[in-house]
Design a protein around this ligand. Structure first.
Ligand SMILES: [Zn+2]
Length: 338
């Protein structure tokens, strides 16, 4: 039994951990290094193991720093099975295809720069292409359900638990047996926190002998959420009544859906103007929102109840129109069903 770390160790991106047990090799995540040109270049370094020898990749969630090197892994010979939750599978597809497009554009830009300096353009290849990202989708196999153990091989079981971090996110318990020794190893992935909109609180962790824990924000306290929501409502109200527009830069995945959710809550609760129009101006955020709509199994109890009651949680008419959005809250609508 052996664990080795090939990313997100002494750093905060590029999550990639390899477990070797009873002749099987299991990878937990295969994320992209992000944050600087130097870190970008680290993505071009060898993985530190032979991808062709890996049997399984267990994906905790669909953030780029956890799934972004999957196309590269497949391109480098991985032919095993990728296992994750249904929501993470859809989100990872979106995230990897978006990353591939950015790598292609970046390579073209760098090739043009190189050509101007008289360097060989062939040196500048994208880290991976859209085709590589599409190829990697063929490796996605079994779907993980929270709390239900999956037997990967004799003596090796994996169980995904709700991490409450983004839609479909999980922490993963590996139960390993080798040479009469048993170990329970828990990989935290990225952990969420309680009281979020849409998502359930993180599941209680089971007993484990070893915990591999992310600690990106381990040295700080987040401020409570509710004051931030109140600040948002105040800014929107203030600007709306002056006849202005509020522009909210936002991550496409999770944060955009949370903002849409809170805007709907504000209108439903009479805290925001019912005649306000909301435009979601990002193809990726629009696609992510559609994926959120398709996965009510990931919602917390309050959001699931709204969904069952026919509530339009994320303003689907806004999503369908791809940028030119009708008012999702017509003034004749009841606050319950915008
Ligand atoms: Zn994450």
């Amino acid at each position: 039994m052996k664990i080795s770390f090939h990313g997100a160790a002494r750093g905060v991106t590029g999550s990639c951990h390899l477990v070797c047990c009873a002749g099987h090799r299991i990878l937990i995540d295969c994320g992209l290094y992000q944050g600087s040109r130097e870190l970008d270049e680290e993505n071009r370094e060898p993985f530190g193991f032979d991808p062709a020898t890996v049997d399984f990749l267990l994906l905790t969630h669909a953030h780029l720093d956890h799934c972004g090197r999957i196309p590269l892994l497949v391109k480098s010979g991985f032919r095993g099975e990728i296992i994750t939750t249904s929501a993470s599978r859809e989100l990872a597809r979106l995230v990897m295809l978006d990353a591939a497009r950015i790598h292609e554009e970046d390579a073209m830009h760098r090739a043009r720069q190189a050509a101007r300096r008289g360097r060989d353009e062939k040196e500048i290849a994208p880290l991976y292409t859209t085709l590589d990202a599409l190829d990697s989708l063929d490796c996605f196999g079994a779907t993980a359900t929270y709390g239900e153990p999956l037997t990967l091989a004799p003596g090796i079981r994996a169980t995904f638990f709700d991490a409450g971090h983004i839609l479909g996110s999980a922490f993963i318990l590996l139960e390993l047996e080798e040479g009469g020794h048993r170990r329970r190893v828990l990989f935290s992935g990225d952990m969420g926190y309680g009281g979020r909109a849409i998502l359930r609180d993180p599941a209680p962790p089971p007993h484990a002998d070893v915990v591999v824990m992310e600690t990106t924000y381990g040295n700080r306290c987040h401020k409570p959420l509710q004051p931030s929501v109140e600040e948002l409502y105040e800014a929107v109200n203030d600007t709306f009544h002056r006849g202005g527009n509020v522009v909210i830069p936002s991550f496409a995945l999770e944060r955009s859906q949370e903002i849409l959710y809170y805007l709907r809550e504000g209108v439903a609760g009479g805290l925001l103007p019912a005649s306000m129009q909301v435009f979601l101006d990002s193809p990726m955020a629009i696609s992510a929102t559609e994926i959120f709509r398709r996965h009510p199994e990931c919602y917390d109890a309050a959001t699931a109840a709204l969904f069952r009651g026919g509530m339009i949680l994320f303003h689907c008419r806004a999503c369908a129109s791809r940028g030119r959005l009708p008012n999702p809250w017509p003034s004749t609508a009841s606050p319950e069903v915008p």
